[in-house]
Design a protein around this ligand. Structure first.
Ligand code: CO
Length: 493
């Protein structure tokens, strides 16, 4: 078999972001990272993914860390490597749409504090939700990695993704990422998709997958054959399972071929010695459950992300309806079809999953609509990829003329000054204002603790005692998106 490219394969290591987000509920601290930065910086990675995603929330909520300060420390410790972050389009890092001026300010502050590459995605692949973040990233000198959220459905075929990639290239993408968050992209399909993308766009293609279903390494190898430019892997101590395939394994596999990464396994081994200790600490703290390393074959069967299945089981348990598991599994594709085939990623995975649970346990389809379902059907998250079932939309009480067809953020007036005013007593900087705007439930407590440590001395003393094992959070679960109706209705059943 021949490689369709003869360039070295470039590697983004996710050890500082997605690896511990996926395996250990995003609990790695900056102190865990600092001792390894020098060796990480010497390896020669294309980039290190180290910020954004759930790290921002987790810093403030669980680790008593200022996420902006973390970024500045990473920048100082990694002067030779590009720093990369994950950014959810118009949602930024939160779970609702923000006005354009907030998106702009967040891009600006991310870049000013050290980010080089911003990977921008939208759960529905509505490119209008990427527009502002792309514009702002370019304006402040950052590199735009525009993203396809990969999924499988009757409308999400290769032609769909090629068309989308061309659009993103025209919008100014410097690189294009294929984000396979649920590890649905099988090796042979990866070969075909990457080949098609390379033939259709001229910017580099970056592939992101996980090893949840056990196919990740093979997917990367086939993608390497097809000419993918960059892939995301994680150093071995936190690789595989729900995280990325291991960096070292791929580097060794390609050694001596035309796609040899040129990276030094000895340096990686040195970094791995450190992160093995961190992985051990996370296991002992209860943040890393070794179960996440198992191969999840259910995802191969049902094409439903692993995290969504565990959410579903816990919702059914709550209602005492665990026997309905397979009925709900069968209902998910039907709801997804009615909703116009949204990719199953946060927040659409929770919305479709909860609606399917409601449809089954109420004994009647669409008797109840959680408010997030209504918002999605109304177009508040952006336009749905396929045709929505109009009967279902009418049942949700949404008249055709109420459906939002413009870019959702066009309905939002500027918000930044309003946030500055609202938080003027507790914010010490625009960075703080952004933390507060995105996480209004979490940031005030964190800032109070940061700025008035004396009030927390007693609490700090008791925290020094051995901590109770942290509950292992589902990596795909969201903290703030409570699909509203479900818990109440569930509790009443
Ligand atoms: Co990921």
């Amino acid at each position: 078999m021949e490689f369709l490219s003869n360039k070295p394969l470039l590697i983004t290591d996710t050890i500082l972001r997605d690896a511990h987000q996926s395996q250990a509920a995003t609990r790695m601290t900056i102190e865990d990272m600092m001792p390894a930065l020098e060796v990480l910086d010497s390896i020669g990675y294309y980039s290190l993914e180290c910020w954004g995603g759930a790290t921002f929330d987790s810093c403030m909520r669980f680790l008593n860390e200022d996420p902006w300060e973390r970024l500045r420390k990473l920048k100082r410790g990694l002067p030779n490597t590009k720093l990369q972050m994950l950014f959810r389009g118009q949602n930024i890092l939160g779970y609702k749409h923000y006005a354009d001026d907030v998106v702009d300010a967040f891009c600006r502050k991310s870049i000013e504090n050290g980010i080089d590459i911003i990977r921008i995605f939208d759960a529905l692949n509505d490119v209008r939700n990427l527009e502002q973040a792309i514009k702002s990233t370019k304006k402040y000198g950052g590199q735009v990695e525009a993203t396809l959220s990969y999924t499988i459905s009757p409308i999400h075929n290769e032609a769909y993704f090629v068309k989308l990639a061309k659009e993103l290239e025209q919008m100014g993408a410097d690189t294009i990422c294929v984000k396979d968050m649920a590890n649905l992209l099988l090796p042979m399909d990866a070969y075909s998709l990457i080949k098609a993308l390379k033939e259709s766009v001229s910017v580099p293609i970056h592939l992101h997958t996980h090893n949840t279903t056990g196919t990740g390494d093979m997917t990367y190898l086939m993608a390497a054959y097809a000419g993918v430019d960059i892939v995301d892997t994680a150093l071995s101590p936190l690789a595989n399972g729900t995280a990325q395939p291991a960096t070292e394994s791929l580097v060794a596999t390609l050694g001596g071929t035309v796609r040899d990464t040129g990276l030094d396994l000895n340096k990686m081994s040195e970094a791995a010695v450190h992160f093995r200790k961190i992985a051990q600490r996370l296991k002992e703290a209860g943040s890393l459950d070794p179960k996440v390393l198992n191969v999840d074959t259910n995802t191969l069967l049902y094409q439903v992300p692993g995290g969504m299945l565990s959410n579903l089981i816990s919702q059914l348990k709550q209602a005492g309806k665990e026997d309905k598991y397979y009925d709900v599994l069968a209902e998910i594709p039907r709801v997804r079809q009615d909703f116009g085939y949204p990719p199953l990623v946060t927040p659409s995975s929770q919305i479709v999953g909860t609606q399917a649970v409601m449809n089954i346990i109420m004994g009647e389809r669409y008797k109840v609509f959680p408010k997030e379902s209504k918002a999605m059907l109304k177009g508040e998250y952006g336009s749905l990829p396929g045709k929505v079932n109009e009967e279902v939309r009418a049942k949700a009480g949404i008249a055709p003329e109420d459906v939002i067809t413009c870019r959702p953020a066009d309905l939002l007036s500027p918000e930044l000054d309003k946030y500055r005013e609202e938080f003027k007593d507790i914010a010490k900087s625009d960075e703080d204002v952004l933390s507060l705007a995105l996480f209004p439930q979490v940031a005030p407590k964190f800032l109070d603790r940061r700025d008035h440590p004396e009030k927390y001395e007693e609490a700090a003393a008791s925290a020094a005692a051995p901590a109770a094992p942290a509950k292992v959070a589902d990596p795909n679960a969201v903290h703030e998106l409570n699909v509203q109706v479900a818990p109440n209705v569930l509790a009443n059943l």
